[in-house]
Design a protein around this ligand. Structure first.
Ligand code: AMP
Length: 285
C-alpha cells in the first residue's frame, strides 16, 4: 500500500493509474477507522480497479468550539486496517499541504440543503466538507467516490456540488454499519463513557420503532417524529438536538411520507454529539 503525503505524490500516483486505464475509487475519511469506514473501502474495492483512501482531519469543517484538536488520530492503526482490505494507496496530507499560506478558495453550496439538519447547528461545516471533497476528487482523479448513509445530508450536499460543478465522478452511498447494540459506528463513539454508550442505544431503537410504525402504515411525519422524540426523551442522558423528517434526497418538508424520506436525529450524550438516520421508502412500504 502506497502512502502519499503531498499533492505532487498523489498527482503522480493518479496520473500513473489513468495512464494504465484504471478506474479510481476514492474513499474520503478523517481516520480513526472502524467497520463503517471499512464497508466503504470494500464497496470501492468491488467496483474500482484502484482504491485510494484519504485520512485527513479537515480543519475547515470544524467550528471554533468543536472537537478538531481532540479528534482521534491513529494513522498507524488505520494503515493496518486499510492494508487488509486491501486499499492501494492512502493519502494522508498535513493541513498545510491542503491549505497552504494564502489559501482563499472555498466551495459553498448555497440554498436550503446546507441550512437545515446539521447545517443549521454547524455553520460552515458543509462549506469545509464541500471544499475538501472537491480538492480530493480532483487530486485523486476519482471516477467513483464512496460516502456513508450515516452522514446522509453530506451525501446530498456532495451530489449537489458534483452536479453543479460538472465534476466527472459518480457518488455512491453505502448503508450504515452498526454495532450489535444497534449504535451506528462512529469515530466519536470513542468519546463515550460506558454509561453514555449504553444510553446512546436509544437512537437506533427510536428509529427502528418509527420505521416499524411506518411499515405498518403510519405515514404522518409529525406522528413518526413524535414516536422518535418520545423514545429518546425516555433516556435521561440524552439531550436532543433535532429529530427531523425531510424528503430524500431533496430535503424538502414532507407532511406525509409519500416518497422516500430521511428521518434523522442528532442527540448529545455528555459532550458527544451523535447522529443517526433511517431512510423510509415512501410508497413502497
Ligand atoms: P468520517 O471519517 O467520520 O468523516 O467518515 C468518513 C466516511 O465514512 C463518511 O462518508 C461517513 O459517512 C462514513 N461512515 C462513518 N461512519 C459510518 C457508518 N457507521 N456506516 C457507514 N458509513 C460510515
Amino acid at each position: 500500500m502506497e502512502i502519499l503525503r503531498t499533492v505532487p505524490e498523489i498527482r503522480a500516483y493518479a496520473a500513473a493509474q489513468k495512464k494504465a486505464d484504471k478506474t479510481i475509487g476514492l474513499v474520503p475519511t478523517m481516520g480513526a477507522l472502524h467497520e463503517g469506514h471499512l464497508s466503504l473501502m470494500r464497496a470501492a474495492r468491488a467496483k474500482c480497479d484502484v482504491v485510494i483512501a484519504s485520512v485527513f482531519v479537515n480543519p475547515t469543517q470544524f467550528g471554533p468550539s468543536e472537537d478538531y484538536d481532540a479528534y482521534p488520530r491513529q494513522f498507524e492503526d488505520d494503515c493496518r486496517l486499510l492494508a487488509e482490505i486491501p486499499v492501494d494507496a492512502v493519502f494522508h496530507p498535513e493541513p498545510a499541504e491542503m491549505y497552504p499560506r494564502g489559501y482563499s478558495t472555498y466551495v459553498e453550496v448555497a440554498g436550503d440543503i446546507t441550512k437545515k439538519l446539521c447545517g443549521a447547528r454547524r455553520p460552515g461545516h458543509f462549506r469545509g466538507v464541500a471544499t475538501v471533497v472537491t480538492k480530493l476528487i480532483n487530486l485523486a482523479r476519482a471516477d467513483e467516490a464512496f460516502f456513508g448513509q450515516k452522514d446522509a445530508q453530506q451525501v446530498v450536499v456532495v451530489r449537489r456540488f458534483v452536479t453543479d460543478l460538472n465534476l466527472n465522478v459518480h457518488i455512491n452511498m453505502v448503508p450504515i454499519v452498526r454495532e450489535e447494540s444497534g449504535l451506528a459506528r462512529s469515530s466519536r463513539n470513542a468519546y463515550l463513557s460506558a454509561a453514555e454508550k449504553e444510553a446512546a442505544g436509544v437512537l437506533s431503537r427510536s428509529l427502528r420503532k418509527a420505521e416499524a410504525s411506518f411499515r405498518q402504515g403510519e405515514k404522518n411525519a409529525e406522528t413518526l417524529k413524535a414516536l422518535v422524540l418520545r423514545e429518546i426523551q425516555s433516556e435521561p442522558m440524552a439531550e436532543i438536538d433535532y429529530v427531523e423528517l425531510y424528503s430524500f434526497p431533496d430535503l424538502e418538508p414532507l407532511p406525509e411520507v409519500t416518497e422516500d424520506a430521511l428521518l434523522a436525529v442528532a442527540v448529545k450524550f455528555g459532550q458527544t454529539r451523535l447522529i443517526d438516520n433511517v431512510i423510509l421508502e415512501g410508497g413502497r412500504a
